[in-house]
Design a protein around this ligand. Structure first.
Ligand SMILES: *Cc1c(COP(=O)(O)O)cnc(C)c1O
Length: 469
């Protein structure tokens, strides 16, 4: 701080006409008066930051502002720190997702079901019997509603919820044991996203990798040799979530691999990535593997994501044989991957919707997948009528995203604005206060309504009318 003040004097001596910001004391006075309950040292630190920023602004040629204006800015920032809908507040700015990508990784993947939000709020707001036995009054097992739902939904013997699927994978690979080895098909040595690669995950788990097969073809028989020789005690299958191999390609059948593995007393861990609890085939998509099918085919442990096609809070869901889940639960790593009580409540409430048969109507991700082109076209027509002549209703194709169902699309509908510079329009829509993330197709700015909740249609129409003018 002292250095900055000296520099400032030196500069202003050299150019006496350059405006200087008001002193910290002059700004702090009115701030303290308006926020009487706030900690004075926290306010002083904030005001210093505001005055420093003002000095930079003036150095770049900005207009001088009065102490009162800076005080108002500082007060606004203090209030925004805790206001969930304020600019600069604690929540990433809300955006209307008009991309048609249902699980948009950059937009936080799955929006939570309402009951999950309510459950998390209740769990967060007070004390609860998270690890206490109501009858004995002593420490009990950690709250297990989510895990009971998983057993009912997948037919597993036991389940465990951790922070995310990457953590679940790291934990499950550890079943190979200290200095153990894991066999993986060369066709499945993939990058699962964000630069995370299967060989690196395996290495980080302290386990050696034994590769079998080739990039395009691996047969069940390829697993025979390393397992028969006892070179590995675990087979890892990784779902090719975010790409599709076409042409001369073949992946080993899980049931056949599991039979060979079990013959040699090895385990099979199946990383499904997304893992659907409803049949995607019923919605005109390819069939995404379901955890129940994979367990039935012989996988000993299946891991999948809580915030991909399950459509709830970020979590890693692990289902499988009771003895193995018990081993995972005892692993010290599991403690480092333990979800928060509010997340656990949100996951349980989301899974509860599947058991209640309400997932298609109450899980936003499935609601988006289930929307029909006819219904979307109707909404598009109503939005277009409010915007003007430069807009038209168009047929579109939406993607599920989030590393699910690569290359698969859902027929959709939306609106297109054909303008000279769709990039400029997209940039204007992207900015606040009512942000919209649209798509650009050729010379048009396109909004796919599949991922827009109907209650946002009016807002979307207003924003489009604003930028189209
Ligand atoms: C997405 C994905 C993961 C990681 O899941 P997160 O929930 O992002 O941690 C792991 N494996 C596969 C195959 C995936 O598609």
């Amino acid at each position: 701080m002292g250095g900055a003040v000296c520099d400032d004097r030196a500069v202003s001596d050299a150019s006496p006409s350059r405006p200087r910001p008001p002193s910290v004391e002059r700004v702090l006075g009115p701030v303290r008066a308006r926020l009487p309950g706030a900690d004075p040292s926290a306010l002083a630190a904030l005001v210093r930051a505001v005055v420093d920023a003002e000095r930079d602004r003036l150095a770049r040629g900005g207009e001088a502002r009065a102490a009162e204006a800076l005080a108002a800015e500082a007060v606004g920032r203090v209030l925004a720190f805790t206001d969930p809908v304020a600019e600069g507040g604690p929540v990433p700015p809300r955006v209307i997702n008009a991309t048609g990508v249902v699980l948009h990784t950059n937009l936080g993947r799955a929006p939570w079901p309402t009951v999950a939000i309510e459950a998390a709020t209740v769990a967060a707001a007070g004390y609860g019997y998270l690890e206490l036995d109501e009858v004995t009054g002593r420490r009990g097992a950690r709250f297990r509603a989510a895990e009971e739902h998983l057993a009912a939904l997948t037919g597993c013997e036991a389940a465990l919820v951790v922070t995310n699927a990457a953590a679940a994978l790291l934990l499950a690979v550890g079943l190979a044991g200290r200095r153990g080895s894991v066999v993986v098909s060369r066709g499945e040595l993939v990058e699962i996203g964000g630069g995370v690669r299967i060989p690196e995950v395996v290495a980080r788990a302290g386990v050696r990798l034994v590769e079998v097969g080739t990039t395009n073809r691996t047969r069940a028989a390829d697993f025979e040799e390393p397992l028969a020789q006892g070179r590995a005690r675990l087979v890892l299958r990784v779902h090719p979530s975010n790409f599709a191999v076409t042409g001369f390609a073949e992946a080993a059948d899980l049931a056949e691999v599991a039979a060979i593995a079990h013959l040699h007393e090895a385990l099979v861990v199946d990383d499904l990535g997304s893992g659907a609890l409803l049949d995607t085939g019923a919605f005109g998509l390819a069939h995404e593997p379901m955890p129940s099918e994979r367990l039935a085919a012989g996988a000993d442990v299946v891991v999948f994501s809580g915030d991909k096609l399950v459509g709830g809070p970020q979590a890693g869901l692990i289902v499988g044989r009771a003895a193995l889940i018990a081993r995972l639960r005892r692993d010290p790593l599991a403690r480092a991957m333990r979800p928060d009580k509010a997340i656990l409540a949100g996951v349980a409430a989301t899974l509860g919707l599947y058991r209640a048969g309400r997932a298609v109507t109450d899980v936003p991700v499935w609601r988006a997948i289930a929307r029909t082109p006819d219904g979307l076209r109707e909404r598009a027509a109503s939005i277009a009528s409010g915007v003007g002549s430069s807009i038209e209703v168009v047929a579109l194709e939406s993607a599920v995203g989030g590393g699910s169902l690569p290359g698969q699309v859902l027929p959709s509908a939306g609106v297109a604005l054909r303008v000279a510079s769709p990039d400029r329009l997209a940039a204007a829509l992207r900015r606040g206060p009512d942000r919209v993330l649209a798509r650009i197709e050729g010379d048009a700015l396109v909004c796919d309504l599949r991922t827009v909740e109907p209650e946002d249609d009016v807002l979307l129409a207003r924003r489009l009318a604003d930028v189209a003018r």
